[in-house]
Write a protein that binds this ligand. Sequence first.
Ligand SMILES: Cc1cc2nc3c(=O)[nH]c(=O)nc-3n(C[C@H](O)[C@H](O)[C@H](O)COP(=O)(O)OP(=O)(O)OC[C@H]3O[C@@H](n4cnc5c(N)ncnc54)[C@H](O)[C@@H]3O)c2cc1C
Length: 300
Amino acid sequence: MSYDVVIVGGGPAGLSAALALGRARKRVLLCDSGTRRNAAAERIHNFVTRDGTPPDEFRAIGRQQLATYPRVEVRDLRIESIVGTRGAFQVTSATGTVGALRVLLCTGMIDEPLAIEGFRELWGRSIFQCPYCHGWEVQDRRWGYLARGVQSLHFPLQLRGWTRDVVVLTNGSFDVPEDMRARFSAAGIEVETRPVARLAAREDRLQSIELADGATIACEVLFAHPPQRQVDLVRKLGVALDDDGYVQVDPVSRETSVPGIYAGGDLLSRMQAAVVAAASGVHAAGMLNHELTVELATGG
Ligand SMILES: Cc1cc2nc3c(=O)[nH]c(=O)nc-3n(C[C@H](O)[C@H](O)[C@H](O)COP(=O)(O)OP(=O)(O)OC[C@H]3O[C@@H](n4cnc5c(N)ncnc54)[C@H](O)[C@@H]3O)c2cc1C
């Protein structure tokens, strides 16, 4: 079997790309292995027309709308390898190998949970990465921000837009420069530099943060940006990554360093939100389709 485009990843980026390519009458295979980034989240917010939609429902609607386009196939499959060159890729899963003229990577990112007791369990429930996504529902409560270095200290200042009660935690890992302390003080933000021992919860919701010296800080909501990594497939492909580990693409064409392989969505940058990923998927699909259509129409 051979396709014009194989899309790897069926989140907001891959679904949107498949919609654009289906409407452009390309023969598309969309493969998704099921482990999505927002698996722990109860609802998607800040996506116009879909605000408050559970993530599974979001994906189901996406697939339902793709069913209108007979040249788009959707399969629940993990892609194990991609070999070949532009115009002649072989894409392999557990069920076999298919051919593709182009490949579009929409594989998202993997969040690596921080090694703090309670972090993994509370991620997506009381621990969030983005206040636009989850801040409204918990506004005016006591929020913490788990900072991982001086470079992340600009972030907690914006949290004041949702609550007056913010504490920045350094987890004992770095010193807060005096100028930042002064800005936090002016904004009424507390700074806690002692190491964190564990996150205490009741009924799956954060109640307090226990420090290594036995002290306890009341806190209902924590924001954090744990490290991220690319999925194994992307690492094996050898596409160029930037210094932060995100896939480098041409800013206009969205082609990676491997000719014929394009990328869209979270895997491109830390600017991560479902609607941003959807737009990124459409951008890559549009540019890929333009290039492929011209090639097929002109024979070269
Ligand atoms: C806890 C949490 C809550 C969030 N809440 C919100 C929110 O409320 N609003 C918002 O706008 N954003 C939210 N986000 C961010 C949002 O989820 C992401 O920006 C968005 O999902 C990125 O879309 P994507 O398509 O790039 O990647 P993903 O949604 O992560 O999809 C990537 C897909 O690729 C698949 N895949 C990976 N490797 C392979 C392979 N080898 N073969 C086949 N398939 C593969 C995965 O299974 C996955 O389904 C949240 C994120 C987190 C972590």
